[in-house]
Design a protein around this ligand. Sequence first.
Ligand code: ARG
Length: 431
Amino acid sequence: MTDEPRDPSGHTQVHSPALSASYLANPDEVHRVLLLYSGGLDTSVMLKWIQDEYDAEVVALTVNLGQPGEDYDVVKGKALQLGAVECHVVDAREEFAHEYVAPAIRANADYGDGYPLFTALGRPLIDKLAVEYARKAGCDTIAHGCTGKGNDQVRIEATVQTLAPELKVIAPVRSWAMGRDEEIAYARKHGIPVKGGTETAPYSIDDNLWGRSSEGKWIEDLLHAPDDDVFQLVTRPELAPDDAQTITVTFEAGLPVAIDGERMDLVALLERAAEIGCRHGVGILDHIEDRIVGLKVRDIYETPAAAIILKAHKELERLVGTIHQNQFKPGLDRKWAYLVYAGLWWEPLRTDIEGYIERVNERVTGTIGLKLFKGSVRVVTRESPNAVYDAQLATFTESGGLFSQNASPGFIELWSLQSALAYRLRNNEQG
Ligand code: ARG
């Protein structure tokens, strides 16, 4: 007999206290770890730390979702130098654009009035790839660099427990009790190069081809208006060109296919939209956000592509939809965005809702003209074969033959009948 605690499966827990979730790894189960590696300080320290703490092999995985300016050869070299037994860099931009950003466009996806969900959309794909590569490389555990305070841990761990119940998770940042200074000391001691110097803590950045977020530093002080140096992607509106630019975005079945008449695949189109938006300073958002884990947090977002594409899509959708469709869809869009934000990408309600969204978007074909000028993006023209719009009917100049203005009074009498009765009742009650 032994006094050691036992978990429900009957395994003896040798090293650690009871784990708070069944998918977390006991140290003695960790032999070969798939690490989601970004090349930054946390995951670089982690790459070494896992080898030392767990006496385990590490397979590194870095996913390219279109982070601007990333040098993946450098990231890979660093992983191997730090002792990774394998390092995979996967270019997932196509899949990200077509399978994750595309449904978000059709859903006009934003959370909390303006955040277009680029991180929340990227995570389930990164995590699905982590599962695939972990299985291929014979890993028993997936490690990530998320803290215990954010949404990303929720997205990752929900994905692993959903797609791969046989894999375990470790989240060293939640437990290793190292602050930035200790991490830097650890990095120095183990010869881990620290990108961008060590004097001041950098912003915490996450980015991909659909946007970029910054957190930390003065952003945590709600009274502090944005310092200029946070804007590394979008030109600050005050520095944007003095001349406005008008562009057109063409959609087919709810997805953008051309800018200014030039057809492009979705990745290239999103990159082009980002480039134009960056030049004119569009898509900057200073956002207070309700996180899933209870906290309220401030983010600075730069989402130039989303600012243009979502604006155009929403406008075109409204043009081809009836009043009833247009009133109904935003409720579904909001629910879709919330599920994605909340890390429930694999929840069937998400795809159920997409059934309706895709159906509506079959008719979202046409071209929207937008004017960009010093931080603003404004719709200026619309065109669609499916527009529920008839210039003849809508005109002020003369009475159209199809629409009898004499039909209006009878309609108004019946339309307002209940409201009028209720109004009179209330006024009579008051004497
Ligand atoms: N607040 C956003 C979200 O929860 C962005 C998070 C960015 N993630 C990060 N690790 N810096 O989706």
